[in-house]
Design a protein. Structure first.
Length: 220
């Protein structure tokens, strides 16, 4: 939570506008929205809990298309049954050039290995409530299909989820995403520009008339 609070503050530094929408409740209250610079910051969840402003289904949000300035998905795609449908809905409500921020765990790190071991040995879920981990590469493929351009990916957390008195420090500094236990991806919605096409006016075909041939005949 501490690492994500700092990263959210940096990611929101240049995000302005009227509405910032956090889809999904994560952590304590509204800790990720403390640095929001938009006029409004709303948390949407599918159930009632502290800090939530609106209850709605993530794949059918009650917002008009192209109406939200920024969307934050804090591990939301890892908590739902159909992550692509939620990402597609986020793209629908996001205005052109609007910002999209996504937090996710790196499945190719020690966090992913710890999850596999937990499920194999005792059927536990690690981290708690996470249904799946989505790799950065797969997420980029989905975003390309939806017309979302990736601006920056920042890695955080150590490769190994190790806690205890002898554990190495889990540094909260930004690092390459491939060397991290989690990542924050920031992107924007591509704006489609309109190109005016001039109509091709139909013109009458020109008819070439041959010149009259000279004659030497003399009329009597």
């Amino acid at each position: 939570m501490q690492a994500e609070t700092l990263l959210a503050r940096d990611a929101l530094e240049d995000v302005f506008g009227f509405d910032l929408l956090q889809i999904g409740h994560w952590g304590q209250d509204r800790f990720l929205l403390g640095a929001a610079r938009t006029q409004h910051a709303t948390v949407v969840a599918e159930g009632a809990c502290a800090g939530v402003s609106l209850n709605a289904q993530f794949s059918a949000l009650p917002f008009a298309a192209d109406s939200i300035d920024a969307v934050l998905l804090p591990h939301t795609l890892e908590l739902v049954d159909d992550p692509y449908a939620v990402l597609r809905e986020a793209e629908r409500i996001l205005r052109p050039e609007g910002s999209l921020m996504i937090c996710g765990f790196n499945p190719w790190s020690g966090w992913g290995l710890r999850r596999t071991l937990a499920r194999t040995l005792d059927g536990a879920v690690f981290p708690p409530d996470i249904q799946r981990m989505i790799s950065e590469l797969r997420l980029k493929d989905w975003m390309a299909l939806l017309g979302l351009d990736v601006d920056k990916v920042t890695g955080y957390l150590g490769l190994i989820p190790w806690v205890g008195p002898s554990a190495p420090p889990q540094r909260h500094v930004a690092r390459p995403s491939i060397m991290s236990g989690a990542y924050l991806l920031k992107a924007h919605k591509r704006a489609h520009t309109l190109t005016m096409v001039r109509p091709k006016w139909r013109t009458r075909p020109r008819v070439r008339v041959g010149a009259a041939e000279p004659t030497t005949r003399v009329r009597g």
